[in-house]
Structures are given as structure tokens and as C-alpha cells.
Design a protein around this ligand. Sequence first.
Ligand code: GLV
Ligand code: MG
Length: 302
Amino acid sequence: MRARRSCLAVPGSNPRFLEKAQGLAADEVFLDLEDSVAPDAKDEARRNVVAALGQGDWAGKTVVVRVNDLTTRWTYRDVIEVVEGAGDRLDCLMLPKVADASHVAWLDTLLGQIERATGLPEGGIGIEAQIEDARGLVNADDIAASSPRLETLVFGPADFMASIGMRTLVVGEQPPGYGEGDAYHYILMRILMAARAHGLQAIDGPYLQIRDLTGFRRVAMRSAALGFDGKWVLHPSQVEAANEVFSPSQEDYDHAELILDAYEYYTTVEKRGAVMLGDEMIDEASRKMALVVAAKGRVAGL
Ligand code: GLV
Ligand code: MG
């Protein structure tokens, strides 16, 4: 699994940002051709993105390009120009506003044709699918199963809130009047279940109040606590916060390694299945939970 604690959005129309992104500590960068690029700047953004992929230094990062959604006139050209121009530098394409499995199937087929035509390894380019409306959410299971190229489901809160008519203008914050609960719980859980049922990562979307790091952390903690693997970041200041929030604490990581060591000893040397570790009873299921924390800790370099 690739690291995706922080997924940095970089508008393809801005060469300065394309340059700057290379020096930031984001796990993933996605060069955007969709909603951060004005309609009249789409062609130029494509050229910028191909040049930045070819000439930039993206070492150590998951490299993704977000193409336009299938209802636009740009998508086929986005895919063809980016993959023909710089497919060897690309880890994944991100497809926004995926409403059903046929959207992903279309991209899978087109990618296969370009790979065959250009001699790129077949199946080498992965897909990230954004779930951004009610249709996408109700079809999340089919979408998650739609292609072996799929690596992640990505929540798109801004488009999603608009699509369901949620009564707030602040992306990711609770709609006024909702009360004590979390209006996003069902949506996040639904995406997470579909992703995990098919072995995919689950990524939370953007938080647009970029000067409010406290708010960013609060919203990021919500999806991190459920099990999401990472979150979009729109500004350098959010990168470090996301990397931290989506990594286990040193204390939890050390505890997970202790559980793994202790369990290994008791099951193999003493041949016991359920044992006491301090005040805590551990068994095979505890080992699985510890494995998750240990794996996330290793991604974080703990
Ligand atoms: C991201 O694409 C969003 O709509 O929130
Ligand atoms: Mg969107």
C-alpha cells in the first residue's frame, strides 16, 4: 500500500505551485485538471502537468493526476495527453464524481488501450475514485469492485454536501442546527466499509478553511479515528498536521509492537492462545488490531 496520509492538491494551471509542491513532505501529490482549474485554462493546465511530471523531482511521493469528470468534454483528452505524455511518471489517475461502476470501467479500458499502444506496463497505472454525490454513495460497493486498478475511494465533501442539499457552506463542519451528532458519520462509514470490503484505502477530502489548523485537525481526527488512511491538504501548513493525525502516536505504536512480540512468544513458545499482557487480555484478534497500528506506524517512520 502506498502512503497517503497527506494528499496535496496542486492546481495544474499554476506552474509556481507545481514547482513548490515537489519540496513539500506530502505523501501524495495530485496535480489537478478539474475543479481548481478554470474552463478556459484546461488546455494549458494539461500541458503544465505533463511538463511538471516529466521534468520535476517527485521522488518519494505517490504521484497522481486528477482528470475531469465524465460529463465534461475534457476527460478523454486529459487521460490521453497525460498518459501518453508522462505515463511512466504516474502512479494513478484520480476520477472525480464517480456515480457508478461504469465510470471506472471506462477509464480502465482507455488506460489499457494507451498502455498497449505506448508500451507502458499493462495495468500499471492505478485509479482513485472520488465519491461525491448520492449516486456514488449508494453505488459505493459496486464502484469499489469495478477494477483491479482501483487503489482508493476518496470522499469529496464539497460536491457531496451540494449534491444532498446539506445546509452549510463550510466544508467538513457540522451543519448548523444538527445538534450533538456527527452529520458525516454515515457517509464516512459507508465509504470506509466499501473500501475495506474490497481491500482499498479510504481517503478523506479537503478542509477549505486553510487558516484554521485547529479546525483541520478536528475534522481530520474524525476520519482518522474511524480508520481512514489520509486526507487531502490544500496548503503547506496542513501537510504536517495530516501526517501527524493519520499516524499512530509513538506510545500506541510501541504498545502495538509489544503486543506483537508478546503474542508471538506466548503462542509459539508457550503454545497459549489468550494471555495477559499487564492488565490487558490479548488474543488473536488483538494481534490483528496491533498489526494495523504497527503497519501505519511503519509508514510514518516510527
Ligand atoms: C472535492 O473534490 C470535493 O468536492 O470536496
Ligand atoms: Mg469535488
